[in-house]
Design a protein around this ligand. Sequence first.
Ligand code: PAF
Length: 304
Amino acid sequence: MQHCKNVKVTHKEKWLPFAQSFLMTKVFHTIDQLAELIYSHKKEGQTVAFVPTMGALHEGHASLIIEAKKKHPIVVSSIFVNPTQFNDPSDLEKYPRTLEKDTIICREAGLDYLYVPTVHEIYPPSFNTTLDLDLNGLDLVMEGKFRPGHFDGVCQVVKRLLDLVMPTHLYMGQKDFQQFTIIQYMLHQLKIPVELVVIETSREKSGLARSSRNTRLSPAGIKKASVIYRTMSAIKEKQNTLSVPELENYGMKRLKRAGFEPEYVTISDSKTLKAVEKLDGKKSAVLCLAAWLEGVRLIDNILL
Ligand code: PAF
């Protein structure tokens, strides 16, 4: 180390580079070295939380990392735009890819390791990674109905990522309600020893759920998209006065009137995702919806 005479180094200047070296997120494009590090952390008794993403990160993803970091010494995230979960090739093509900005968000959120694998690493031609798992109908409603095969792709990639990263905890957002319900089911069915932690949906002040897809909306579209949250809140308020079909119809109509093309507004049992006939407070219910605006497909949900 060099020592300079007559230069006063403040406390902050002295410690900053040292502190920054700890704040650096290490980026890995292949699993080998990362797997070794994760193995050594676990051997020391540390828990390792994993936040899988498809990139185009925003505050919602950052909140998953921040929440995970509060509980676990090591947090790993992945960025992989998974081709097998896109049933529409143009959606895959249009999916925003913003790795440089994503890396900064990860670092600021305190992420330890970022895994950015290639398609070849996730889906090596040498063996079959498809998962033959019956999802017990969880995949046939809502998103699964409108995006056939989507959840097969999600399960395939999450299973593969878990096999490679081998975390102790998996962090996912409540925004993708059906997704985390299905992943929980998969963990249980395959006896994967990973604990799923679900973090509340991160919202703009307007109530709009944060999503990578929001970047494809115009400023007017962003403003209009907040109608989704207002509609869900209105349905929640009316839950004791209207029947389930009336509540669903109300949601569809209100979204159409506001200029959306809604695909579904569905109230279901929050565990089984089966339709509920009435809301009697005995079982927890969830309202989920999907609607198109300016050619962008938005989804959201609220517990009733
Ligand atoms: O929610 C997502 O971003 C993706 O579906 C996931 C879980 C990262 C799998 O590709």
